[in-house]
Design a protein. Structure first.
Ligand code: T4K
Length: 374
């Protein structure tokens, strides 16, 4: 089988129509209102709140700053329990706030933080939990909330992957104290770079908006040491256009996901996560776990082999965040404390998935994988 002529990456952004974007750019050029909460910024916040089914959206220049500000908003200090199986920005946001990250292991079925391990990691210094809806699959939100209520902890969800995900028709962004989205180019919904904090009451929204704008509450008043994390008008306008195709984009992702599942279902040693009951997924990623004993090849061998075929699958999330030198010294960062995450990080491979990926290409990727069985 011939390798792909052009590289197939793990993802590819959906871009809005250039013609339509040009019209909005002309409008922005006319108004000369480029940033600091212009009309497209306001409109995108409202449109997203409606689309997502949440009360308040505060737009940000990226998801990482949104995470940092979410922690500032709730004045989180001390220790925060989080997952090592995520993109490094999750824990970096804690570090930037002078908070000690405490890693808890993940659940083998969901790849999300295991609530039992969260409860076991609570100390008198714990103030909050920062779980991640990894690959867009919801955490055990009810169990986590019960733990948070019992121990009076806040929950900030890193929902970077969870745009549009619903449980029983309700957005999972409505759970916890705050949820943070990323609108990076690699995400289901993108504004090139961007992000948002979702909150549930007006005062919190006002505080978040102060913090992302240097702490200004009026022309001459600064209420706190804020930062500059605003989204500009060009990106907001781009986001509004991108929303037009989002339903169709997620539907295409669903088809790709179903094709992978059908074709890889019977391959011994390749495990894909199934759709979950009562969950409306967004199919942001297509992770598989490769069991070497059954498949006859390691995850790294499959990764390298696919690259020879011009397929750039990604090892999200390897290494674990706890394995990076910044965090290695923490008591909770050991493989002994994180056996499931350690195993999963060695087995996981995210296969290409994006709306414009042809089903024939998905079939060919599956054929490559099958042909490589040991
Ligand atoms: N929390 C979680 C759980 C996250 O996953 C992330 C970000 C964050 C927080 C932080 O949110 P942001 O501050 O980023 O808003 C990517 C993204 O840069 C990062 O946003 C994302 N998570 C992470 C999982 O993936 P890389 O280094 O793997 O991206 P990169 O540049 O290698 O892109 C992957 C592939 O996508 C490329 O091979 C080709 C394609 N691509 C990429 C870009 C940027 C395109 O086709 N066009 C593009 O413009 O980190």
């Amino acid at each position: 089988m011939q390798k792909f002529e052009k590289p197939i990456y793990v993802t590819q952004p959906v871009l809005p129509s250039l013609n339509e974007f040009t019209k909005l750019l002309e409008d922005i050029w006319q108004s000369k209102h480029l940033t600091n909460g212009g009309k497209y910024h306001e409109l995108l916040e409202k449109t997203l709140a409606d689309y997502l089914g949440v009360k308040y959206v505060s737009l940000f220049s990226n998801g990482t700053l949104a995470l940092i500000i979410a922690l500032q908003t709730l004045r989180i200090t001390g220790e925060v329990i989080t997952t090592p199986f995520s993109f490094v920005a999750t824990t970096h946001a804690l570090w930037w706030n002078g908070i000690k990250p405490v890693f808890a292991d993940i659940d083998i079925n969901t790849l999300n933080i295991n609530p039992l391990k969260v409860e076991a990691a609570i100390t008198p210094k714990t103030t909050a939990i920062m779980p991640v809806h990894v690959f867009g699959n919801p955490c055990e939100i009810d169990v986590l909330q019960k733990i948070a209520d019992t121990y009076r902890l806040k929950i900030i969800y890193d929902a970077a992957h969870a745009f549009g995900v619903k449980r029983l028709n309700k957005s999972i962004l409505n759970f916890g104290d705050l949820s943070v989205l990323s609108f990076h180019a690699t995400k289901v919904f993108n504004t090139i770079e961007g992000g948002a904090i979702i909150c549930h009451d007006e005062q919190t929204k006002i505080n978040i908006d102060y913090l992302k704008n240097f702490g200004y509450s009026g022309e001459f008043t600064v209420v706190g040491p804020g930062i500059n994390a605003k989204m500009n008008e060009l990106q907001a306008a781009y986001g509004l256009l991108q929303l037009k195709s989002i339903e169709c984009d997620i539907e295409k992702r669903k088809q790709i996901s179903a094709t992978y599942r059908n074709l890889l279902n019977d391959v011994n040693g390749i495990l894909a996560l199934n759709d979950w009951e009562n969950i409306q997924h967004n199919y942001a990623y297509f992770p598989i776990l490769i069991e070497q004993n059954q498949f006859g090849r390691t995850r790294d061998e499959v990764y390298d082999f696919l690259r020879t075929k011009n397929v750039y699958a990604r090892k999200y999330f390897y290494p674990l965040i706890s394995e990076f030198s910044t965090y290695q010294g923490l008591d909770s960062a050991t493989a002994a404390n994180l056996p499931i995450a350690t195993k999963v990080a060695k087995q996981v491979l995210c296969l290409p998935i994006y709306p414009n990926l042809e089903v024939a290409d998905v079939e060919k990727i599956c054929d490559f994988i099958k042909s490589f069985r040991g």
